[in-house]
Each structure stands twice: as structure tokens, then as C-alpha cells.
Design a protein around this ligand. Structure first.
Ligand code: FES
Length: 112
């Protein structure tokens, strides 16, 4: 085993669990198509290396899927559609901007 710091600032996890209609599930509600589009948008926006868009297993809120969460911020989106991708990316960019502002404020406080 190798232990290290996480390689990404943030990760966006989207559940792709698919129960094929036997009971509600994100994959059956189109999450695979959404996550692929989200990956494409993140790549097109040069977010590679900052945010990792990853497929996840069941996040246990199946009836409200497709479910997506931004980690480690704990922001959760339910009933996600492709139309929501711009808002998700905007949320990510605001988190990134807040990181920059915090870093600048702490550097100013330290007199750098
Ligand atoms: S199937 Fe997606 S949260 Fe359970």
C-alpha cells in the first residue's frame, strides 16, 4: 500500500448504479450519459488535474437520483440532468475562487 495526499483538489462523484428498472437507480435514470458529458466539459475547461469527475456506486439516495456530490465540500445534487451541468461547473468554479481568496488572505496576513 502507498499512502499519499489526494492528487486532486476536488472530486465530483456521480452514482452510476443501475438496477435496470427493478427499483429506482441513478444509472437507469441516465447518470452515465450525464457523467460523460460532465467529464467532457471539465476537460474542455482545462479543469483536468484540479477536479476529478468520477463514477461511483450507490450513494443511498436512490429515489432522488441521479445523485452527484462534490467532495470534500459536501455539496449534493439530486435529480441531476444534463441541463444542470453549467450550474455544477459554476459551483465548482466558485469553490475554486473561494480557495484562491482564502490563500491570498492567509498570505496577506502572513505578510507574504
Ligand atoms: S442508485 Fe444512485 S444513489 Fe442509489
Amino acid at each position: 500500500m502507498i499512502k499519499r495526499q489526494q492528487p486532486y483538489i476536488r472530486q465530483i462523484f456521480m452514482c452510476i448504479n443501475n438496477r435496470h428498472g427493478e427499483s429506482p437507480s441513478c444509472g437507469y435514470s441516465g447518470s452515465e450519459e450525464i457523467v460523460e458529458e460532465l467529464k467532457k466539459v471539465a476537460k474542455d475547461m482545462n479543469l483536468k488535474g484540479k477536479v476529478r469527475v468520477a463514477k461511483s456506486g450507490c450513494l443511498d439516495l436512490c429515489a432522488f437520483g441521479p445523485n452527484l456530490m462534490i467532495w470534500p465540500d459536501g455539496i449534493w445534487y439530486m435529480k441531476v440532468t444534463k441541463a444542470d451541468i453549467p450550474e455544477i461547473i459554476e459551483t465548482y468554479l466558485k469553490l475554486e475562487e473561494a480557495d484562491r481568496n482564502r490563500t491570498a488572505a492567509s498570505e496577506n496576513a502572513a505578510g507574504k
